[in-house]
Ligand binder design. Structure first.
Ligand code: KG4
Ligand code: ZN
Length: 388
């Protein structure tokens, strides 16, 4: 297998990332400039601000990634960049920069789907080195701020193909974490804060109704030949829905009259420059901690239950869980436990590689590099890009 150094660039949302990965396996550098401080006052990502911050960060971030990897513009073998899905203006910054580099350096350019990047972050995990023991079909849950998607994944001669067998009907799981944290005046982004607070509350204290969507377009066709993924129209779908639980939290806040405490917490946190988890926890009463723990437990149970039901239905051999929400400790522990019960191996990226980064983009680009799957200077950002 030829050794290739791929420079990956990721600017789909609110992290400017650049990384150098050797042969899809070894991370030589992985630089991420977070925009959390920029978006924090708004409680969510502001697209125009994201584009501006990417413009500011892209050159120093790429330079740092090359320097840390001991590489130069001239020494890398290819440039890979996220094509979509993501914020159009944000994607454009990374794509324009990657095109300029590829043109000036006469290097091949590789376009990568962000979701495929999340899936390949799992393959960067040491345990899966060289994919030696990987059993197909793989079921991948990509669970992030923008997606809650289930894919069957297959590879043949370095050609990865994917079939979507489930997605969220409304909010993505990460979006629900972020919105609930905002609603409770806990700060942004909500996922890591709720993850940190949940162990301090009682997860049984508040009961939420589970998602009510039950395979509305279920068909009775199973995955026949293991080598064939079939089309998206084949077989049952396992859809998610998280706007109901967000409304459940809101209703609880109203009926329990938590609003004055939430407002007080919001004001107090606005006065702290960089609030730590201890600061936030210190501003939460028991009832709020219980609510947070119960919310997280419901989210985790729903994600795990539906994913494992899909794994049984499609008789998969391996489970991948990736995307920002895959950093969640309770989600990881519950998947490990429940998949273990089914005898299903489950793999996650390291927690740092779960959230957006460019190493996953460079890793996903490697099979395309081997296949000579390069793009021309005319390729465009695709904000709503699907994964196939
Ligand atoms: O993959 P990602 O970095 O960006 C997108 O592609 O969306 O995911 C970001 C999302 C945010 O919604 C964030 O709140 C959530 O992932 N997240 C978490 C955790 N860390 C990040 N959610 C739950 N628990 C975490 N520890
Ligand atoms: Zn992502």
């Amino acid at each position: 297998m030829p050794d290739a150094h791929i420079l990956g660039i990721e600017t789909s949302c609110d992290e400017t990332g650049a990384a150098v990965v050797r042969s899809g396996q070894q991370i030589l550098s992985n630089v991420v400039a977070s925009q959390i401080a920029t978006h924090q006052p708004y409680g969510g990502v502001v697209p125009e601000l994201a584009s501006r911050e990417h413009l500011r960060a892209i050159v120093p971030v790429v330079r740092q990634a090359l320097a840390e990897a001991g590489q130069t513009y001239a020494s890398v073998d290819a440039i890979a960049v996220t094509q979509g899905p993501g914020l159009a203006g944000a994607l454009l910054v990374g794509i324009s920069f990657a095109k300029a580099l590829a043109f000036a350096l006469e290097k091949p350019l590789i376009a990568v789907n962000h979701l495929e990047g999340h899936i390949h972050a799992v393959l960067l995990e040491q345990r899966l080195g060289e994919n030696a023991d990987l059993q197909f079909p793989v079921l991948a849950l990509v669970v992030s701020g923008g997606h809650t998607h289930l894919y069957l994944a297959q590879v043949q001669e370095n050609l990865w193909s994917y079939r979507n067998i489930g997605h969220t009907r409304d909010d993505a799981a990460g979006e629900a974490f972020d919105k609930v944290a905002k609603l409770l005046g806990l700060g942004y982004p909500g996922g890591p804060i709720i993850d940190g607070l949940a162990p301090h509350g009682d997860p049984h204290a508040v009961k939420f109704q589970g998602s009510q969507i039950k395979h509305p377009d279920r068909r009775d066709q199973k995955l026949g030949d293991r080598g064939q993924l079939g089309t998206e129209e084949d077989g049952p779908h396992f859809d998610f829905s998280y706007s109901g639980i967000k409304t459940g939290v809101l209703r609880y806040v109203e009926t329990q009259n938590l609003k004055p405490a939430i407002e007080a917490r919001r004001r107090a946190l606005a006065g702290i420059e960089k609030p730590t988890l201890a600061d936030i926890r210190g501003l939460c009463d028991r009832e709020t901690l219980n609510l947070v723990a119960s919310f997280q437990r419901s989210m985790v149970n729903d994600l795990v239950m539906k994913t494992l039901a899909a794994a049984r239905e499609y008789d998969v051999r391996t489970l991948f869980v990736s995307g920002g929400v895959a950093a969640n400790r309770e989600l990881r522990a519950t998947f490990e436990r429940e998949a273990g019960r089914q005898g299903l191996p489950v793999f996650f990226p390291s927690r740092a590689l779960s959230t957006d980064n460019a190493a996953m983009i460079a890793a996903a680009a490697f099979p395309k590099f081997l296949r000579g799957e390069f793009v021309g200077m005319d390729f465009c950002a695709e904000a709503g890009m699907a994964l196939r």
